[in-house]
Ligand binder design. Structure first.
Ligand code: FAD
Ligand code: PYC
Length: 413
């Protein structure tokens, strides 16, 4: 081991891999411009290059790669949705996530934990059964478990009936997982850059040029760029950016807060969510408890943390996990969730030719990073919408074909 380290570590033939190429000057024109260097934009860039050989691509990020919601989420990956369209879509992502470390040659710390959505009322048990049946029908592993099962499977959970909201049972989804969220962005960025994609940080899109109904270029704080096609993947800024192209989206941006405790040894393996109490918790591989709740009660573009959130979260969490009263909170933060009326995303074509959107990821989009990247790349490359994306078209709000996922959105809203 020591000999190997010396042999390879000191040998100039084994240079460390350069992870990200230095960003160059912007070119005056690209085949594809991707607005937003979060997981979704970077994944789309990677699959455009890998699957379709399209590499004359620029990812324009106004801050730093993965610095938006991709680096702020609580990293839960699952496919136990409510609608058949949702289950199929998120399940494709979960399968891609499982192989992602190998695919990108970069460890995203994918960790399968099992996911429990607690039910505290008969109505919640009914919804759990409904979800379990839809899941099973589509080949997704979910089942309803009751108090005896929970006592065995989650021994830390307080199953006392002397609390405000006793736990009656749960929807159990064994494939539920977590991963290191920023590693997902870095992995996609590194591999996309190796294939020739340009990644431009500190590059904000400030205007979008549309001529005769077709996008022809974007204005940035570093100058104008002509482009063949544009993919907008800016999450919390979706409505603002699309307005630059003259497109109104039915999306409101609402802050979503989260926090972590100081790290301790592993004691909580599964991910526990209570949609009714608006709280969830998991333990990261670093040992921190990662916790969150529902969105703030009003739309706005600020990401400040509040005591109100912390009080609401802890009020319920301490009842479910009394041992948490000993845990200091280490950090608290917020991101901007781009909420749609039906709690499902918007992907595909827009009324502007060659202008595509990947938006409406609200509180649920990290787990979709792989599938949306892959399928949006396919949409741009072929100019055809793959079947799996068709239910999520922007047009569904005009035709009232909603994909209602409020009951499976995990945190309450
Ligand atoms: P982002 O990562 O936000 O990337 C968009 C990028 O666009 C940003 O980096 C931004 O700087 C850039 N941008 C914006 N405007 C411009 C412009 N004009 N020009 C250039 N660049 C621009 N989802 C789950 O599945 N599981 C979870 O457990 C989960 N937990 C969450 C917890 C919190 C606290 C939050 C806030 C979200 C959570 N989500 C979760 C949702 C998830 O984080 C997002 O849906 C997902 O990360 C969206 O990825 P993205 O790449 O579309 O957006
Ligand atoms: O989509 O599973 C989810 C989730 C959990 C917390 C925030 N989003």
């Amino acid at each position: 081991m020591a000999f190997g380290l010396l042999k390879y570590g000191l040998n100039p033939r084994f240079q460390p891999k350069q992870f990200l190429r230095d960003s160059k000057d912007l070119k005056s024109s690209y085949d594809v411009v991707i607005i937003g260097g979060g997981g979704h934009g970077l994944a789309a860039a990677y699959y455009l290059a890998r699957d379709w050989g399209i590499t004359n691509v620029a990812v324009l990020e106004k801050g730093w790669l993965g610095g938006g919601n991709t680096g702020r989420n609580t990293a839960i990956i699952r496919s136990n949705y409510l609608t058949p369209e949702g289950v199929d879509f998120y399940d494709e992502s979960l399968k891609l996530f499982k192989g992602l470390s190998r695919e990108l040659d970069y460890n995203i710390l994918y960790s399968e934990r099992g996911h429990f959505t607690l039910a505290h009322t008969d109505a919640a048990i009914r919804t759990s059964r409904w979800r379990a049946e839809v899941n099973k029908h589509l080949g997704v592993n979910s089942e309803v478990v009751y108090r005896d099962d929970l006592a065995r499977m989650v021994p830390l959970l307080n199953l006392s009936e002397e609390v405000r909201y006793p736990v009656l049972g749960a929807l159990y989804h064994p494939p539920g997982a977590i991963a290191r969220h920023d590693a997902v962005a870095w992995g996609y960025a590194g591999r996309a850059a190796e294939m020739g994609v340009e990644l431009h940080q500190n590059t904000e899109v400030t205007g979008i040029e549309v001529e005769d109904g077709t996008v022809v270029g974007v204005e940035t704080n570093r100058g104008r760029i002509s482009c063949g096609r544009v993919l907008q993947a800016v999450a919390g800024r979706s409505s603002e950016v699309s307005r630059l192209a003259g497109i109104d989206l039915p999306i409101r941006s609402v802050p979503l807060q989260a926090c972590v405790s100081t790290p301790v040894k592993p004691i909580l393996d599964p991910i526990i969510v209570s949609g009714s109490l608006h709280v969830y918790i998991s333990q990261s591989d670093r040992g921190e408890f990662v916790m969150g709740g529902s969105t703030d009660p009003y739309p706005r573009y600020q990401t400040s943390s509040s005591l109100d959130f912390m009080e609401g979260l802890m009020g319920h969490l301490l009842e479910l996990f009394p041992f948490m009263s000993e845990m200091p909170v280490l950090r608290q933060w917020a991101g901007l969730a781009d909420m749609t009326p039906d709690f499902s995303p918007v992907m595909g074509k827009t009324p502007v030719n060659n202008y595509y959107i990947d938006a409406g990821w609200g509180t649920w989009g990290f787990k979709a990073t792989c599938v949306s990247g892959k399928r949006m790349a396919e949409t741009l490359a072929t100019e055809k919408t793959p079947n799996i994306l068709k239910p999520f078209a922007l047009d569904r709000f005009r035709t009232f074909d909603l994909v209602g996922e409020k009951g499976a959105a995990s945190v309450g809203h």
